[in-house]
Design a protein around this ligand. Structure first.
Ligand code: FAD
Length: 425
């Protein structure tokens, strides 16, 4: 039996009973493999459309990145629309541009419709360490406004000091259609919503084999599911279940820590409006305060997803660079989680044969895009695949160096990008 990692989120999760283990043979319309946001959003959109859905999770709901992340509702995709416009035909870019802010809307709609208690707060800030980054944020503001986001405000040095009490930044971009939440409680609330619509969820039920066919057989350790369609949503935790998916992506670890309770006054001194913040560096820092007034601070990347031994030693220097006033603060929780990187940093959606679908590789920014992925998957199965295919047709490449050398080569690339960030070039 495996359980949630020992995180602040697991410790502050809403009460939730475990779901049963699959120990029988079932038949359904769609079997979903993986109980993170990709799988949950797919199952929920499908259940809302009346499909008979079974979701199989290897461990617990929200065991993966979805229950461990920074909780930041970041709009757009891990690469922004300008990259897409440069690399895709105009009609495809237009369709993708029209979806830039939809994932966040879906999350807010879910929270409201299903009354999910997940400490949702409005407002996210992109913080610039350098003038070059601020210049790029200005361009991002113009791009996002062009695609309909009128909730943006560019912040100069004084402006960002009003929202982040740190001397580090030269400015930033505030997005009032972003925000933050308790990520595990969102996942648990979505699982409850699926149940309320008749969907079946099983935990501790790792899928060991997919037997393709007109009806796919999904084999788990003690049971199986026969389904017309399968959704593979294991992302960085999928392992080698579907070798062609493993070949074109790379699991990476990123680490998060949570301080002791600071108290409301001290928390508001750091982040007066309670916005979440991420910086603009290639290896970025992301942070916010929790509902019980702790600082939750994440950053860094471990390529190849090894678990670092001492997370506080990795993250504390970053935290103290941003907030030197917290010197001596106690760390109460620290954990690592894996996201799935693609070479283009654009998500990978597609089909294997005609009835096995996959969505993965959000490259570090997946809270919103996973929710969009679920809606597009449900549309595709209902016969409206245009929007799903706008993602499925994005170009993708294997990592140079194959499975052996992809980790050192990508780490070398990251060293170059972070040097560029530090030098401000
Ligand atoms: C530490 C961290 C911080 C992050 N912060 C942010 C953030 O602030 N904002 C943001 O936008 N993004 C963030 N991300 C990225 C975001 O969390 C992910 O992109 C997103 O949660 C991916 O969701 P998912 O459902 O695709 O994958 P996951 O949440 O990883 O879920 C996959 C699930 O599939 C299950 N599974 C795998 N294989 C099998 C199998 N064979 N059988 C059954 N089940 C299986 C796993 O157990 C797991 O529960 C962060 C990621 C990490 C790791």
């Amino acid at each position: 039996m495996t359980g949630h990692v020992n995180s602040y989120y697991a410790a502050s999760a809403n009460p939730h009973a475990p779901w049963p283990r699959l120990e029988e043979g079932l038949t359904c319309d769609v079997c979903v493999v993986g109980g993170g946001y990709t799988g949950l959003s797919s199952a929920l959109h499908l259940a809302e459309r009346g499909y008979k859905v079974v979701l199989l999770e290897a461990s617990r709901i929200g065991f993966g990145a979805s229950g461990r992340n920074g909780g930041q509702i970041v709009n757009s995709f891990s690469r922004d629309i300008d990259t897409i416009e440069r690399n895709c035909p105009p009609a495809q870019a237009k369709l993708l541009g029209s979806m830039l802010f939809e994932g966040g809307e879906i999350i807010r709609e879910r929270i409201e419709r299903y009354r999910i208690q997940c400490d949702h707060r409005v407002g996210g800030v992109f913080a610039a360490d350098t003038e070059r980054q601020l210049h790029e944020l200005k361009a991002q503001q113009a791009r996002w406004q062009r695609w309909g986001n009128d909730r943006l405000e560019l912040l100069d040095r004084e402006g960002i000091r009003r929202v982040v009490q740190s001397d580090r930044y030269v400015g930033g971009l505030l997005d009032l259609s972003g925000g933050h939440l308790h990520p595990l409680n969102l996942a648990l609330g979505e699982a409850e919503a699926i149940r309320s619509l008749g969907g079946l969820i099983f935990e501790q039920s790792p899928v060991t084999e997919l037997v393709p066919g007109e009806v796919v057989t999904v084999k788990s350790e003690r049971g199986s599911v026969r389904a017309r369609f399968v959704v593979v949503a294991g992302n960085a935790y999928l392992g080698n279940l579907v070798p062609e998916l493993a070949a074109k992506s790379m699991p990476c670890g990123t680490q998060v820590l949570t301080t002791e309770v600071l108290g409301e006054a001290r928390a508001r001194e750091l982040l007066p409006q309670n916005y979440c913040v991420e910086d603009c560096n290639y290896l970025l820092d992301y942070y916010r305060t929790s509902a019980d007034h702790r600082l939750i601070y994440g950053g860094g990347v471990v390529y190849g997803a090894r678990d670092p031994a001492d997370i506080a030693r990795l993250i504390m220097p970053k935290l103290l660079k941003t907030f030197p006033q917290l010197a001596g603060v106690r760390v109460e929780y620290s954990w690592t989680g894996n996201f799935l990187l693609t070479l283009s940093r654009l998500p990978q959606f597609g089909r294997i044969g005609s009835n096995i679908y996959y969505m993965q590789g959000y490259s570090g920014h997946g809270v919103t895009c996973t929710h969009l992925a679920g809606r597009l998957l449900a549309e595709a199965l209902a016969g409206q695949a245009e929007r799903f295919d706008a993602f499925a047709n994005l170009p993708h490449y294997p990592f140079p160096g194959g499975r052996l050398l992809r980790v050192p080569l990508t780490a070398m690339g990251a060293v170059w990008y972070s040097l560029r960030d530090r030098l401000g070039i």
